[in-house]
Design a binder for this molecule. Sequence first.
Ligand code: PBG
Length: 342
Amino acid sequence: MTRSPTAITERIDAATGGLRMRRLRQSDWSRRLVRETALGVNDLIWPIFVREGGGEPQPVASMPDVFRFSVEDCVEAAKRARDLGIPVIALFPYTDPDKRDEGGSEALNEDNLVCRATRAIKDAVPEVGILCDVALDPYTSHGHDGIMEGDRILNDESIAVLCQQAVVQAKAGCDILGPSDMMDGRVACIRAALDQADCRDAMIMAYSAKYASAFYGPFRDAVGSGGMLKGDKRTYQMDYGNTDEALREAAQDLAEGADMIMVKPGLPYLDVLTRLARELGVPTFAYQTSGEYSMIMAAVQNGWLERDKAIVETLSAYKRAGAAGILSYFSPHVAQMLKDGR
Ligand code: PBG
């Protein structure tokens, strides 16, 4: 039944020239046809927490459905990643307090937890890429990413250790080194150290724009460094008021040899992500941090948000903003959803 145009219809047609934006939204197929960005399994990096010993996965209290895995279970997780098509997993160690010291020396032990997990995974599941942080916070008794003197974090002295850590991890089989320490000049030094150690293929994904953020709390709980942290990280991580500075940080990391860059946290910093991705034109990743994860899960557990919809919408936002990929604790869940066509 066609209705004769009302005065309102005539006014709309006159104003829009007949363009009706809802036309393309009327069915599922047409919405899919014109969608500008879509989340795919190749966009996902799965961060995993690894701990000593065997037995059941240990729940992380502040991150519902996230666990600390034994090395053996990390291998199983890597197999799951492979079967789902997730390209990369990121390993984060929970280091026992008695192995932590002022200088973070356990970071340089080639048989440390992260190295053993890396070797075990590379042995069993070579098809999956492995990303490891370059930073000392899982290993220091004060919870900082570098070497401390009094209450200062020393830049160059920290880098000397970080270079060795990067080489130890690359030798264990880590494919991507992720300097997350925010010391000045670290990418150049780490690149040189890797090359000198004959690890030319090891990639660097620089945490270029890493902000001093409240959204890392649950992660620090997961790796056991939260309670130890003396003070805060504002003398090396970025001030959340700034975006020009993020551009300078990222440009500098690229000039020093970074293959890829990252913005962290993710959702509260989408403007920074967009700016870096568009202006620099290099693979730019986002980290959906532990705090963002736990925020969504807390609302889900209260029945205030629909989990799957909230997850896909937020991860899609990173894609829309220009991310080449996303580190997300939701990765296996989303990959399964994508596989099932949900
Ligand atoms: C360590 C590091 C942190 C995160 C990744 N690497 C915490 C921090 O800098 O204090 C945060 C990840 C997350 O919150 O999910 N340098």
